[in-house]
Design a protein around this ligand. Structure first.
Ligand code: NI
Length: 207
């Protein structure tokens, strides 16, 4: 309950911040970044700066990058397979929404990226994503690859001690479902609390 609340708050905060462009420009800025920004052209499209190049391993063990998804829309969610509630809910919402779209959903690939590469190896990811549908792609990688990808998507995650969980820890993480375009740019976002009908209706606007 507590964790659900924290995750919801984190998700809401992320959306609120990206919505007004704060994270897009200031989330990871450094003194160098600020001085560089003075001479750099100002981005004024209003599109949140979410996503970017990544290098990961899919649930079949194949090395993949963002280039492997070019030309396809993706519905991207970060979480972990040991998550007791929020992640399964988010992935179920994605699965139901895509099912509602019928054949139109072929244009959208659902992608689940783990924030817990320590436990979520290729085999674990394969078993997990298959539970939600044949079309789901699971992505894992080294802790460094995962951290870089999460940073690009402005996803917060943190290991938290939890004696009740396997390995003695759980993961706190923001819960945002991103719709990304064919060229990898951000189109829309949802949470695990979005109703499947609403998600399907919104996705349809981009098909
Ligand atoms: Ni989760």
């Amino acid at each position: 309950m507590n964790r659900l609340l924290i995750v919801s708050i984190a998700a809401t905060a992320t959306i609120a911040l990206t919505g007004i462009g704060l994270l897009a420009t200031g989330g990871f800025s450094s003194p160098q970044g600020q001085s560089a920004a003075k001479s750099a052209p100002v981005r004024s499209t209003g599109v949140p700066n979410i996503g970017g190049p990544f290098s990961l391993v899919d649930h079949t063990g194949k090395a993949v990058t963002q280039a492997d998804f070019e030309g396809r829309k993706t519905l991207v969610y970060f979480g972990f397979t040991f998550c007791p509630d929020v992640c399964p809910t988010a992935l179920q919402v994605m699965a139901v929404a895509l099912e509602e779209l019928g054949e139109d959903a072929d244009a959208i690939t659902p992608v689940f990226i783990t924030v817990d590469p320590e436990r979520d190896d290729v085999e674990t990811m394969a078993a997990y994503v298959n539970h939600f549908g044949d079309n789901f792609v699971g992505l894992t990688g080294t802790p460094e690859q995962i951290a870089a990808t999460a940073k690009a998507y402005k996803v917060y995650f943190r290991k938290v001690e939890d004696p009740a969980s396997s390995g003695g820890y759980t993961m706190d993480h923001s819960s945002v479902v991103y719709l990304m375009g064919e060229d990898g740019t951000f189109l829309a976002n949802f949470t695990h609390e979005t109703l499947p009908d609403r998600m399907a209706a919104r996705l349809r606007q981009f098909l």
